[in-house]
Ligand binder design. Structure first.
Ligand code: NAP
Length: 269
């Protein structure tokens, strides 16, 4: 299937690691040019060098997206280098565990890490996206729909992202800009592996999570998230906008009574 992404310019936030890295690599595999913004430098510079050897552009931009100047500068640098932006992927974020007891300042900090830069990136990239009739893809979290406990800031941010997705899709439909969100639930990344490894019994901890994932009893892969993102960025999804797409093996919506392995009781009668 030709996704029509050859030569398109994508600006990806947090594209050096985890889900973002899979998105970056998949866009590059489809022939897109990528600008990738992160705080850390090593992984982004390594990606840039790896693809430069193959004659492909994966420009690393260093910046902390909690700083609005960094958001504006990432957009400007991408435009200076590539002349256009066709695809904005808002992906950078962290489940930072800012709870109801942590107070308003901590809550605001969490919104800065997880929500405000999504808005800022779309704001600064708006003229370019209008010119290209581009697409925006936001990465949210199942926490917006399910809650998690102890993470008010992250939950509010991800809920805000879902809300902005509908708002922007409507706002920008007349400009032929599509806006969609992809929602991971339990996606295996190096960071997730590290967290599981810190538990007393990593194998049991992993098993416990996998048991409640209906489809395949396994984590979603970063590649599976990236595949949905790239499809939504492509010419093959031209009439899809304002949607919240759960790529989670049924984790968020399917009834656990019927899908968990633990002490199965027949409740169907
Ligand atoms: P990750 O492995 O920690 O990668 C996050 C990336 O974003 C890193 O490259 C990080 O780079 C960058 N980043 C974070 N904050 C930044 C900032 N302020 N400025 C610039 N760069 C920043 O996380 P992930 O698991 O792939 O998560 C990616 C997205 O998926 C997030 O929005 C997350 O909420 C969402 N998600 C993930 C899961 C999951 O199971 N993995 C589940 C639900 C939702 P530096 O830290 O080096 O800057």
């Amino acid at each position: 299937m030709d996704l029509g992404l050859e030569g398109k310019v994508a600006l990806v936030t947090g594209g050096s690691k985890g889900i973002g890295e899979a998105i970056t690599r998949t866009l590059l595999a489809e022939g897109a040019l990528v600008a990738n913004v992160n705080r850390s430098s090593a992984e982004g510079e390594a990606l840039e060098a790896e693809y430069a050897e193959r004659g492909q552009r994966c420009m690393f931009i260093q910046g902390d997206l909690t700083q609005m100047e960094a958001c504006e500068s990432a957009v400007n640098t991408t435009l200076q280098e590539f002349g256009q932006i066709d695809i904005l992927v808002n992906n950078a974020g962290v489940n930072d565990g800012v709870s109801l007891t942590d107070g308003p300042q901590a809550f605001l900090g969490s919104l800065e890490r997880n929500l405000i830069h999504y808005y800022a990136m779309a704001h600064y990239a708006l003229d370019a996206l209008k010119a290209s009739q581009g697409v925006i893809i936001n990465i949210s979290s199942k926490v917006a729909a399910t809650g998690q406990g102890g993470t008010s800031g992250y939950a509010a941010a991800k809920g805000g992202i879902n809300g902005m997705t509908r708002e922007w899709a409507l706002d920008l439909a007349a400009d032929n800009i599509r806006v969609n969100t992809v929602v991971p639930a339990e996606t295996w990344t190096p960071l997730y592996a590290e967290l599981i490894d810190q538990s007393e019994n990593p194998a049991a901890a992993r098993q416990q999570i996998e048991d409640i994932i209906p489809l395949g009893k396994r984590f979603t892969t970063s590649q599976e998230i990236a595949d949905m993102v790239v499809f939504l960025a492509s010419q093959r999804s031209l009439h899809t906008t304002g949607q919240i797409h759960y790529v989670d093996g049924g984790y968020t919506h399917l009834d656990r009574k019927y899908t968990s392995n633990s002490d199965r009781v027949d409740l169907s009668k």
